[in-house]
Design a protein around this ligand. Structure first.
Ligand SMILES: Nc1ncnc2c1ncn2[C@@H]1O[C@H](COP(=O)(O)OP(=O)(O)OP(=O)(O)O)[C@@H](O)[C@H]1O
Length: 358
């Protein structure tokens, strides 16, 4: 397995790009350490596939370098990079048995049959497909086909990286969670460097130790799932991660004071200096209905299972909060308390408060 370094990567599909808007990847600098579980998360069109194709060698970047363990592989074709890839749709040979499918990548490398047998048995056991080893792949259900496809990606232990490109797309929703946790378990056992590409926050947050969030050809934040949830570096991350996402509320500043609809708001710490559009970011989980606080009116509520989501208006500004307690009737006057340690300011989208450590 290898450490992967992306150095000053830029890519444009336009042969003569004029400005940043012509670049599908603006500038990417990244270090992925050996054996880590990473997710690349972002909405459709943000550049995930472009980045994946550059790492796998299907695409040569317009600028910058890709290094595996410090060695420049930017110009190497995919078959010289020693990587395994699992795609959206299963890539298996229908006429072969499950055993032969799993054995294929090893036999292809000239691995001897006793080693093949041991490794196939190990992977089959991890994926719960031992019973299927003698079955022809053509007869498998779509999710079992994709499991075998994943197994083919994981069977070699000499690859630099295993890359998964939206691998659960074809899986039935009720089976998705099973495969999701299976993949996490597999990483813990195989300890390969893995990169998981998805637009689905649940998949990314379940699988990865570190999540790279992309927007519009740029990385907006790299962090653990908890870091992304608790302290988004950008309003995009706050909004994209969480359900419902972070409240992003228009704010004004007078000296050190930050105000929302004319009310002073206590923040996690001092606001950084600078200019630009000011907003307050607070997650619905960190707002409470209280005796005192910001006056608001309940607009609607939704029962989402374990808790209720209440939408209230502070003046003309809608705010969502999550509560497990009783919900006041629609139209009633309430007070909202923001937890200061989870209330942050953002300027032109970027985090603009410093955290005061307790
Ligand atoms: N072959 C291509 N030629 C021209 N433009 C392309 C090509 N492939 C992608 N793009 C553009 O590059 C940008 C990034 O696309 P990319 O496919 O990398 O995003 P993505 O995050 O993987 O999206 P999706 O999840 O929909 O695949 C988009 O604006 C897309 O239109």
């Amino acid at each position: 397995m290898a450490k992967i370094t992306l150095r000053r990567l830029r890519h444009s599909y336009d042969p003569s790009p004029k400005g940043p808007e012509d670049f599908a990847l603006k500038q990417i600098d990244l270090d992925w350490s050996d054996g880590g579980a990473y997710a690349l998360l972002g909405p459709s069109g943000c550049g995930k596939s472009t980045l994946l194709n550059i790492i796998s060698g299907l695409l040569v970047p317009t600028e910058g370098q890709v290094l595996f363990d410090g060695q420049d592989v930017t110009g190497l074709p995919p078959d010289k990079r020693n990587i395994a890839q699992v795609f959206q749709f299963p890539v298996i040979y229908d006429t072969m048995t499950v055993y032969d499918n799993l054995a294929f990548p090893l036999r292809n490398r000239g691995v001897d049959e006793s080693r093949v047998a041991a490794r196939v048995a190990e992977i089959a056991q991890m994926l719960d497909v031992t019973d299927l080893l003698g079955v022809r792949a053509a007869g498998l259900s779509p999710d079992n086909k994709q499991k075998i496809s994943m197994g083919r990606g994981l069977v070699r232990d000499d690859v630099n990286v295993v890359m998964f490109d939206e691998p659960l797309t074809v899986i039935d929703p009720h089976l998705k969670w099973k495969l999701r946790s299976k993949l996490k378990e597999l990483h813990a056992r195989v300890r390969a460097t893995m990169i998981y590409v998805t637009h689905d926050q649940t998949e990314a947050l379940t699988f990865a130790d570190q999540v790279v969030v992309m927007q519009d050809g740029e990385i907006v934040q790299i962090g653990t799932p908890v870091e992304l949830f608790e302290r988004p570096a950008h309003t995009f991350v706050g909004h994209f991660i969480g359900s419902p996402g972070m409240n992003i509320l228009p704010a004004t500043q007078e000296g050190e004071r930050v105000m929302l609809d004319g009310h002073d708001i206590a923040l996690e710490g001092p606001i950084t200096s600078g200019s630009g559009q000011l907003e307050i970011g607070i997650r619905p989980e960190f707002i409470e209905l209280a005796e005192t606080g910001l006056p608001a009116r309940v607009r609607r509520m939704a029962d989402v299972g374990r808790h209720n989501v209440v939408e209230a208006m502070i003046g003309d500004i809608p705010v969502k909060l999550v509560t497990e307690g009783p919900v006041p009737a629609q139209g009633s006057a309430v007070h909202l308390a923001f937890r200061p340690d989870h209330t942050r300011a953002y300027r032109d989208g970027w985090l603009a408060t410093e955290r005061v450590m307790p």
